[in-house]
Design a protein around this ligand. Structure first.
Ligand code: PAF
Length: 279
């Protein structure tokens, strides 16, 4: 496995290697990321993973500085999964000057849910992903990019960006990897105490209960409010628990029709977790 840090070195490493399958990450890798690498191996000639903690997508009060940086362990895991190239730029390699040109995603999709509670988050994500796409795919004529469905809205925003900019990239969404308790794997689970880890399964359970109730019919706003209250009673501070149409993340007129997704974000202590369930 090659480890490269600069754009020029990555492009040189990719020359003549065929169609890349790309897995962008911020490191601190867990089984969920590794399942993306496995998917990537099915879809491309050369598997590239990036490790870059992207300052642009963190709000000032968020965990940019404390976000776990576990580079050596990450590389060992990637190598064991058969990753071919790790692209690990320093900030000055990816942002040699302040990134004043940014990607402004569709507000209808990106200013709701995560974008509402984390203003500017998707601008930061789209800007770095567009830049990483340019770095990986500009000299290869396109390829495949693999993202997890755990970040459901992120996957949708990126799909829309790829479509609107006619990027020659096939975006593949992969199922969420979960612990036995149902807890969706996330780099931020590492912030949870042992006790919180047990409590944390309540988020996926709340989404399942909300989806089951919505499927039965009834007033969706009331069901969502009840789901939030139930989670609050278990010691969480929910930002949202909601049922949306999979196609556009808008509220469905009728929640018994299928093609829906229950999405949630909630804070347990100081850790904010997100999860979702398609139904
Ligand atoms: O999902 C993530 O880890 C990040 O948002 C991404 C896509 C690597 C961009 O920094």
């Amino acid at each position: 496995m090659q480890i490269v840090h600069t754009i020029a070195d990555l492009r040189a490493a990719l020359a003549g290697r065929g169609r890349p399958a790309f897995v962008p990450t911020m490191g601190n890798l867990h089984e969920g990321h590794l399942s993306l690498v496995q998917q990537a191996r099915q879809h491309g000639d050369v598997v590239v993973a990036s490790i870059f903690v992207n300052r642009l997508q963190f709000l000032p009060h968020e965990d940019f500085y404390s976000y776990p940086r576990t580079f050596d362990a990450d590389c060992a895991k990637l190598e064991a999964q058969g990753c071919d190239i790790v692209f690990a730029p320093k900030e000055k390699d990816l942002y040699p000057e302040p990134q004043t040109f940014k990607i402004q995603p569709d507000a209808q999709l990106a200013d709701i849910l995560e974008g509402h509670f984390r203003p500017g988050f998707f601008t930061g994500v789209c800007t770095v992903v567009m830049k990483l796409f340019q770095v990986v795919f500009a000299t290869t004529g396109g390829g495949v990019a693999v993202f997890g469905k755990k970040d459901y809205q992120q996957l949708m925003v990126i799909r829309r960006m790829v479509q609107q900019f006619a990027l020659p990239i096939e975006v593949i969404g992969c199922p969420t990897t979960r612990a036995g308790s149902g807890l969706a794997l996330s780099s931020r689970n590492g912030y949870l105490s042992d006790e919180q880890r047990v409590q944390a399964m309540a988020l996926s359970q709340a989404l399942k209960a909300l989806a089951d109730a919505a499927r039965q019919g009834g007033d969706l706003a009331e069901l969502e409010a009840r789901a939030m209250a139930d989670l609050r009673a278990k010691g969480w501070e929910p930002d949202y628990l909601t049922v949306r149409q999979r196609s556009n993340l808008l509220t469905p007129a009728d929640a018994t029709t299928g093609d829906l997704v229950a999405l949630g974000a909630a804070r347990l202590g100081s850790t904010r977790l997100i999860d979702n369930l398609e139904f």
